[in-house]
Design a binder for this molecule. Structure first.
Ligand SMILES: Nc1ncnc2c1ncn2[C@@H]1O[C@H](COP(=O)(O)OP(=O)(O)O)[C@@H](O)[C@H]1O
Ligand SMILES: [Mg+2]
Length: 293
């Protein structure tokens, strides 16, 4: 029997409403159908993040793998495309993919060893920097979701969103992030971005010390990749060091990278505002610190 973790069900209903509920209800049959079709055997308890059910399995020839099931949407649609292009180089290897359902068979990494477990945050930041340097070296394929479109949509949304930010200082800072974005929006970049490389989306493996999982890829400027490594495991005193380390290893122009990082703060702020909340104080503090970096 396939166990659908209650926490995953709760997240799905919270974020995706009826579609999330329908996905969860259909999951046991969906999982079983891929176990049969791809001749897989369950090999341990279910794992999950916020959006995916991940089942440890063994393939017909006995190799350890995982079956990842998630809702097919514009974020997840690019995952197999990017993984196939990276072809196991600094990222988990894609073994099989079913386009209509977004089901993926992936090589199994070590889920007990996440980058978030490293005590030394600077070491962890440098691991992410090294992964990003390699992952973003590839040009994105033509049909990849584009940062350009997302950036233009954000700028269009901003004036209306700002009306819902009651604190004047927060409003000014959010507007400053949009101003920074408008300076670089004409050159949105064309690299293959992971977009979601935070410390829990990096797992250890035998064939490499660390590999990226769970991309929500975009075609764009690598400067748009830096924020997760800066704001997760948050320490305001470390924002400058992390920004310097990431831009240094990636060889990015600091001004452009700062602008794209502020754009990423804006993206988070707009999501909060859309959900009826004020922008997150930490994000705004990060923006304030970055403007001086
Ligand atoms: N290739 C893999 N090998 C081993 N465990 C994995 C693998 N991919 C994902 N996992 C486990 O499943 C969890 C959720 O997977 P992830 O791809 O990050 O989905 P989500 O989008 O839900 O965050 C991870 O945190 C990890 O524990
Ligand atoms: Mg994840």
């Amino acid at each position: 029997m396939i166990d659908v973790p209650a926490a995953l069900a709760a997240e799905q209903v919270k974020y995706n409403g009826p579609a999330g509920h329908a996905f969860i209800t259909a999951l046991p049959d969906l999982a079983q159908s891929f176990l049969d079709r791809w001749r897989l055997r369950l090999d341990g308890p279910s794992m999950h993040g916020v959006s995916a059910l991940v089942l440890p399995v063994t393939t017909a020839d006995g190799a350890p793998a995982v079956l990842k099931l998630q809702i097919l949407d514009e974020e997840s649609a690019g995952e197999p495309v990017a993984l196939r292009l990276w072809d196991g180089d600094h990222a988990v290897r894609l073994l099989r993919h079913d386009e209509p359902t977004a089901a993926m068979l992936l090589e199994r990494l070590d889920p007990t060893r996440m980058l978030s477990h490293l005590d030394d945050v600077h070491e962890a930041v440098l691991v992410i920097a090294g992964l990003l340097a390699r992952l973003t070296a590839l040009p994105a394929p033509k049909d990849m979701r584009r940062l350009a479109d997302i950036a233009h949509a954000m700028l269009e949304q901003t004036p209306h969103a700002l009306k819902h930010v009651s604190d004047p200082a927060d409003r000014r800072l959010t507007a400053d992030c949009a101003a920074a974005l408008s300076e670089v929006v004409a050159e949105p970049g064309d690299r293959l971005l992971h977009w979601d490389l935070h410390y829990e989306n990096v797992l250890a493996a035998d064939r490499a010390p660390w590999l990226a999982i769970d991309p929500k890829p975009l075609a764009g400027d690598p400067g748009f990749e830096l924020l997760p490594a800066i704001v997760d495991r948050y320490d305001p005193a470390d924002v400058r060091w992390r920004f310097d380390a990431l831009t240094g290893v990636l060889g990015l122009d600091r001004d452009r990278a700062r602008a794209w990082t502020l754009a990423r703060v804006l993206q988070d702020c707009l999501w909060e505002i859309e959900d009826g909340r004020p922008p997150e104080p930490r994000r705004l503090e990060t923006a304030r610190l970055l403007r001086r970096a």
